[in-house]
Design a protein around this ligand. Structure first.
Ligand SMILES: *Cc1c(COP(=O)(O)O)cnc(C)c1O
Length: 358
């Protein structure tokens, strides 16, 4: 019996999901696989290897790009948050990385340096997200200078939707129009779509799409399962059943005694908890999968253990592997129970969870 909590990473599912992204965009559209935050918790290098057919990778910061270059991954990599300081900018040039430029500070630094190896920059336009980026007016005014600068070999215009997960939201059209107005005076390549926009808005695909969550087999839409866009879960999270015992009606289970048996109950203990990243806020009744059957979580999630009601599953035995999410139990469903989104559940898995490529 293994006490390990494992996340099996399904390489074939990652490739299938990338294929699904590609199948939805035109032949000329380049697919940037977003693998920031340790490949959405799946393991940066594993995911990069699985998604080798992407045109580019996108990560959050230089450190993540360095990890990829260290294992000799040579594909273009985009830094979504740009750079800080001269040293990082020089590293971008030396390592053949591409970078977002979102602020006057970043442009100022870039302007002041002469890079031996000119770089591709992605000029970030704030079309309504209200986070990073130049206003469309600032961007338009900057473009001639950027294009003429010897340290810049190419400019891509980019922006990010705030409400793409709600395809009918009025902001989507407003942001798209705002971005298009700022692009109209140029013929530069553009990029707008995350997974939700890729799946819901073909008019926004333009030259580069940037899917993240869909590659991991999860739906970006609250009201739509991953099965409908034909995505396959890229992770199965499993932990062993380490004890089974019988408790009497009226006995309580776990911290705070938040669950009390209403009848004689066969209780199972599983070796996973919030110390592995399994959300503490999951309520009684959250489903888990044992031998293909759903059983309910009962009592509070502890740091290293959870408890389940096995009364309806007589065949469960100590040593059984329990699926917390993955094949047969969508992470989206568990995220909903936790009042969160799959992104957070996947990203917050700790280093105690062993990632196994499968
Ligand atoms: C994370 C991120 C994405 C991917 O978003 P998903 O919703 O996971 O598809 C795309 N673009 C930018 C700028 C991002 O930060």
């Amino acid at each position: 019996m293994s006490r390990l909590v494992t996340a099996t990473i399904h390489m074939e599912a990652l490739q299938h999901n990338l294929q699904q992204a590609r199948a939805r965009v035109g032949g000329g559209v380049q697919v940037v696989a977003v693998i920031k935050a340790n490949g959405y918790g799946h393991g940066l290098i594993t995911v990069a290897h699985a998604l080798h057919q992407a045109d580019l990778y996108a990560v959050g910061c230089l450190d993540e790009a360095l990890q990829l270059r260290q294992v000799h991954i040579e594909k273009p990599i985009l830094l979504l948050e740009g750079f800080e300081g001269e040293e990082e900018l020089r590293a971008i040039s030396q390592l053949n990385l591409q970078t977002v430029v979102h602020s006057e500070q970043q442009w100022g630094l870039l302007q002041s340096l002469s890079l031996k190896q000119p770089i591709t920059i992605w000029l970030k336009v704030d079309s309504g997200m209200g986070r990073l980026g130049f206003t469309p007016q600032q961007a338009e005014a900057l473009l001639p200078e950027l294009q003429a600068h010897p340290s810049i070999s190419r400019v891509v215009l980019t922006s990010h939707f705030a409400n793409a997960d709600q395809p009918d939201h009025a902001m989507n059209r407003q942001q798209q129009e705002c971005f298009e107005r700022c692009c109209v005076t140029t013929d530069l390549p553009r990029s707008l779509c995350n997974s939700a926009a890729l799946l819901s808005n073909p008019t926004a695909h333009v030259e580069f799409v940037r899917p993240g969550i869909m590659l991991y087999g999860s739906s970006p839409f609250a009201d739509q399962s991953a099965a409908s866009p034909q995505l396959k879960p890229a992770m199965t999270l499993q932990a062993p059943l380490i004890a089974i015992k019988s408790i009497k009606a009226g006995e309580s289970v776990g911290y705070g005694s938040t669950w009390v048996a209403e009848q004689p109950t066969r209780l199972g203990v599983i070796a996973i908890g919030y110390g592995h990243g399994y959300p503490r806020q999951l309520p009684n009744g959250t489903p888990l999968l044992i031998r293909g059957a759903r059983v309910p979580l009962v009592g509070r999630v502890s740091m290293d253990m959870i408890t389940v009601d096995l009364t309806a599953l007589a065949e469960a035995e100590v040593g059984d592997l329990v699926t917390l999410w993955g094949e047969g139990l969508p992470v989206d469903e568990i995220a909903q129970q936790a009042g969160s989104i799959s992104y957070e559940l996947l990203c917050q898995l700790t280093s105690r969870v062993e990632r196994v490529a499968g």
